[in-house]
Write a protein that binds this ligand. Structure first.
Ligand code: AMP
Ligand code: ZN
Ligand code: ZN
Length: 420
């Protein structure tokens, strides 16, 4: 009796796991060259060794990985995502920061401002999904800055309004469901975005257990994607390009620079109080005095730049959206004002370790991640660091698309692809 019961239970278990794994999934035999561009926001290059995420490690081992990827300046989310998508420096694609003012449009841009984010006038250049759609292919996005906007009159065929609360599993399963479309409707370029590692890095610092947990969480969600592709027998064919937009540096809020003690804020028309890349728009005739005042008082842990005076290697400073004066701290420091500092003090938050980015794009803490795996890529190759302007050309090559003009070249095509 007991034996029959055991056999019965085992059968039930097998049935349940059959249902859960969706074994009804049929193999996809007619896949065209396909890219899934995956962004792990704030995933610093060294997290791969530091936290040992198994899925990413496996993909790196069987594909191509860069020692690190050099982000573009400023090392912020929207500028770098859109650089990856277009191959253009932020100065040239126009998304120069997450917060911007355009003097000609007399309009403000910020991540949370849906109307601005969806206004095509902010987005220059040609992102990969537009290149693909314009040349007769189909694009699908479960999030990526720029995909919610009609750029050059084109949006991905499938796209979503950004909502950070949508669980990553839902994002992954939706991508997989798009793979199940008949070949004439199936996308060839997909984008996917996870913010967890950036969120944990900011809130608790790169070295925290919370950050480690976020790294392992997104890794398991990538495994869900990989397993879904495997069920469809395309896990070795689909080209996964996994990137991050920038790294993360630890800081203590107590070490902030209190910038409104260094100049008269009434001389400014507007100030974007961002912790890492603070833009100041002077009132008419006040630029010189604001600049001199800050320059004379700023500690050595930060730099003040005029729009046209950024170091050459930043490739940054000609865009009219950049404020006439910008203060950029070094990693380990942030910018704040008296009011914000006092609030942090009242809340007892001055000595909690946190994370930030937006600094010089060459410092080790800002190093980004690049891992690529799939049919087009070589196996087991580690490549030297390169800047993120080159990924657009790589994607065009894999997808047999004619590239739009951009700032990158074919170095990744030559080094990382099988037949070049
Ligand atoms: P940052 O301020 O540079 O750290 O930006 C990271 C944040 O950008 C994440 O926490 C996301 O919530 C947000 N984000 C990412 N993609 C989008 C998007 N398409 N629209 C609005 N916000 C986004
Ligand atoms: Zn980011
Ligand atoms: Zn961030």
């Amino acid at each position: 009796m007991r034996r029959t019961w055991l056999i019965f239970s085992a059968l039930i278990l097998i049935l349940i796991s059959f249902a859960a794994n969706g074994t009804a999934q049929s193999a996809i035999a007619d896949l065209k060259p396909t890219v899934v561009l995956i962004s792990l926001d704030g995933f610093r290059a060294d997290y791969l060794e530091k936290y040992d995420p198994p899925m990413l490690k496996k993909l790196a081992k069987n594909g191509v990985r860069a020692k690190w990827m050099i982000p573009s300046f400023p090392t912020k989310t929207f500028p770098n995502h859109y650089t990856v998508a277009t191959g253009l420096y932020p100065d040239n694609h126009g998304i120069i920061e997450n917060n911007m003012y355009d003097p000609e449009m007399d309009a403000l841009f910020s991540l949370g401002n849906r109307e601005a984010v969806q206004d095509p006038r902010w987005w220059g250049g040609e992102p990969i999904w537009v290149t693909a759609e314009k040349q007769g292919q189909t694009a699908a996005s479960f999030f990526f800055p720029g995909t919610e906007t009609e750029i050059k009159g084109v949006r991905p065929t499938y796209w979503k309004d950004y909502d950070g609360k949508i669980p990553n599993e839902v994002r992954v399963d939706t991508i997989l469901s798009w793979f199940d479309l008949p070949v004439e409707k199936r996308p060839t370029i997909f984008t996917l975005y996870f913010s967890d590692v950036d969120d944990a890095g900011h809130g608790f610092s790169p070295d925290s257990p919370e950050n480690k947990a976020a790294v392992l969480k997104v890794d398991s969600e990538l495994k869900r994607l990989y397993d879904g592709l495997k069920k469809r027998r395309i896990e070795k064919k689909v080209n996964l390009i996994i990137v991050s937009d920038h790294g993360m540096a630890s800081y203590k809020p107590r070490d902030a620079i209190i910038l409104d003690e260094m100049f008269n804020v009434n001389d400014a028309e507007k100030i974007f109080w961002v912790s890492e890349f603070t833009q100041i728009f002077p009132k008419e005739g006040m630029e010189e005095s604001i600049y001199r005042s800050i320059k004379s008082k700023l500690p050595a842990t930060a730099n003040v730049y005029r729009r046209n005076e950024f170091p050459e290697r930043f490739n940054f400073g000609s865009n009219k959206r950049i404020a006439p004066i910008v203060v950029v701290p070094n990693a380990g420091t942030t910018i704040t004002n008296r009011e914000r500092f006092a609030k942090m003090e009242r809340d007892g938050n001055l000595d909690k370790m946190r994370g930030a980015h937006g600094f010089d794009n060459l410092i080790p803490e800002m190093r980004a991640t690049f891992i690529a795996h799939g049919k087009a890529f070589r196996k087991g190759l580690t490549i030297e660091p390169f800047q993120n302007i080159h990924i657009y050309n790589l994607m065009c090559e894999i997808l047999n698309l004619k590239c739009a003009p951009n700032d990158g070249d074919d170095r990744l095509v030559k080094i990382s692809l099988k037949k070049h």
